[in-house]
Design a protein around this ligand. Sequence first.
Ligand SMILES: NC(=O)c1ccc[n+]([C@@H]2O[C@H](COP(=O)([O-])OP(=O)(O)OC[C@H]3O[C@@H](n4cnc5c(N)ncnc54)[C@H](OP(=O)(O)O)[C@@H]3O)[C@@H](O)[C@H]2O)c1
Length: 235
Amino acid sequence: MTSLARKAIVVTGAFGALGSATARAAVKAGGRVALIDRAANAPPGLLEACGPDAVALGGVDLSVAADATRAIDAATDHLHGLDVLINIAGAFRWQTVADGDSQLWDLMYAINLKTAVNASRAALAHMRKSGTGRIINMGANAALKSGAGMGPYAASKAGVHRLTESLAEEVKGFGITVNAILPSIIDTPANRADMPQADFTRWVAPQALADVILFLASDEASAVTGALLPVTGKV
Ligand SMILES: NC(=O)c1ccc[n+]([C@@H]2O[C@H](COP(=O)([O-])OP(=O)(O)OC[C@H]3O[C@@H](n4cnc5c(N)ncnc54)[C@H](OP(=O)(O)O)[C@@H]3O)[C@@H](O)[C@H]2O)c1
């Protein structure tokens, strides 16, 4: 099992399906976590499961740069440092171009890309001082080759892929790595409700994604940067 002993880890989108599984897994691996989310309250039991060092910062819209900086600074203060930023905040919407509207393009860009940009910039202020750090972004396999109705989402996630590559190059000399995970379909309650006829065994379990995320957060992954890693189960 990957060891993240005593590492200070910020998880965004931490109240959601993958975020909460990742936060729990990070604590099991020995890390100390700060949970940031736009939702006001953590799901019942999550903060307790993350142990006495954990802090939950709800009601934070990371697409607003000043709010992201405030939250990352508060998390860093609480954890007395920042070793790992896991950018999980995001959302999916399906909409065709012909019958759609521009607002959804702005929304996907804000939720999927700007949240990662703002949180990363705020984290880099701390990581560059300490000369070490890990940033793990959430891209999407569906952004490698898109389909009808996937435009706004896939374009925003393609932006996350390019952000990952660009930032990895930018901070190579600072001991900081930047990588992205590209899930296909995650086995979440929301996806099960949306696609009740699907074969759930083909999807990727949140825990399986968390395992890969935590590897990228670990010391063992120090030579991996700028990678876009599909984690797609049997989809
Ligand atoms: N589910 C999949 O099949 C799948 C596939 C590929 C990639 N992904 C990506 O994987 C990540 C996690 O997916 P998930 O299924 O776990 O999603 P989820 O359950 O909806 O969790 C996402 C969390 O991010 C929060 N969030 C959204 N916008 C935010 C903002 N502006 N500032 C701060 N927090 C914000 C959400 O809060 P609210 O509830 O208030 O919106 C929610 O708690 C996302 O980036 C998603 O795009 C998911």
